[in-house]
Design a protein around this ligand. Structure first.
Ligand SMILES: NC(=O)c1ccc[n+]([C@@H]2O[C@H](COP(=O)([O-])OP(=O)(O)OC[C@H]3O[C@@H](n4cnc5c(N)ncnc54)[C@H](O)[C@@H]3O)[C@@H](O)[C@H]2O)c1
Length: 316
């Protein structure tokens, strides 16, 4: 079996998300070679030219444009091709549109690269992760959606602002769908191992549930607010994609909330959604089966149901 080149990353879709991911990878110095592929070749060429000019300020990195077949040999293939949700467009409309694109590109990616990891960013990301798993025939360990990595980051950021600590010291996860039905795991949220309620007592403050509910609502609705103001979101998701690529290429075994195939978890099977997951060189090492409260399990079941309904609407 050919060993994928740990220094090469391919990105399919050079729009806001794909090109910002390439930029984050350049600044990180993680990849020696980045291949940028887009059905709009001129766009991909423009992005590559612009990225190359940043190289002297960053790390030696070879950029090139190519066709889907140039995913060959990449350790990770990032899929960021396809549209975002337009005004008045439903989640199902978007799923149908982007599923058509994935039915074209995923089999071609896998024909040229059977050994790399597919990292999906395109929305609806959970539904497209499951579709990619089926279209590719790859083992579930090697098909990963960015899932709620972004929502978890937003959640930790807002909690850190509220509690006045570094976001890296806030351990709190959003699980389930990357979207409206996502679930905040309040029962396990902590700062330095202290439950939020205990942290409040220690700090001489009162635990304020309505304030926590507002933080979750702001987390869940952040994309709408950003899209209303600037048309798209891409910096934070690109940083998240870079972080996933880093744990893969450096075999770091980082726990990240990403979307992968779930089986036998509170009776949920054959659906892709996010749980904290250990990711390393070979992809998924383990999906952590959090011990949830009853209310959280009910919300997660609802989230899985929403995903199943959307998958059914695209005949997956
Ligand atoms: N997972 C997340 O957390 C997250 C966050 C933000 C955006 N997104 C999603 O990422 C996707 C991309 O968003 P964007 O803002 O970069 O969109 P964009 O419109 O800026 O870019 C999409 C690119 O895909 C290209 N493309 C379309 N069909 C293609 C094909 N068949 N082959 C190759 N390239 C193709 C287009 O030419 C375009 O350059 C959207 O679905 C968006 O909803 C996901």
């Amino acid at each position: 079996m050919p060993i994928p080149d740990t220094a090469r990353v391919a990105i399919v879709g050079a729009g806001h998300v794909g090109s910002t991911c390439a930029y984050a990878l350049l600044l990180s110095g993680l990849a020696a070679e980045i291949v940028i592929i887009d059905s709009d070749r001129s766009r991909a060429e423009g992005e590559v030219m612009d990225l190359r000019h940043a190289e002297p300020f960053a790390h030696p990195t070879t950029f090139r444009t190519g066709d889907i077949e140039d995913c060959a040999g990449a350790a990770v293939v990032v899929l960021a091709a396809g549209a975002g949700q337009g005004p008045g467009e439903t989640r199902v409309d978007l799923a149908q549109k982007n599923a058509r694109i994935f039915r074209d590109i995923v089999p071609r990616v896998v024909r040229s690269n059977r050994d790399g990891i597919l990292l999906i960013a395109t929305n609806p990301v959970d539904v497209l992760t499951r579709l990619s798993l089926k279209l590719s025939g790859l083992p579930p360990e090697r098909v990963i959606g960015s899932g709620t990595i972004l929502d978890t980051a937003r959640f930790r950021h807002l909690l850190s602002q509220y509690y006045g600590v570094d976001p890296r010291s806030v351990h709190a996860y959003i699980i389930g769908e990357h979207g409206d039905s996502e679930v905040p795991v309040w029962s396990l949220a902590n700062i330095a191992g202290m439950r939020l309620q205990d942290f409040c007592v220690a700090q001489g403050r009162v635990y304020d549930q309505p304030a926590m509910d507002a933080i979750f609502a702001e987390t869940r609705d952040a994309a709408y607010e950003i899209i209303r103001r600037k048309g798209a979101t891409y910096f934070a998701v690109a940083a998240g994609l870079m972080r996933i690529v880093e744990t893969i290429l450096r075999n770091q075994r980082t726990v990240l909330s990403v979307s992968t195939l779930v089986s036998d978890y509170y009776g949920l099977d054959d659906v892709c959604f996010s749980l904290p997951t250990i990711i390393a060189r070979a992809g998924v090492v383990d999906k952590l089966r959090l011990d949830l409260s009853e209310a959280e399990v009910a919300k997660l079941r609802r989230s899985a149901e929403v995903l199943r309904e959307t998958s059914a609407r695209i005949n997956d």
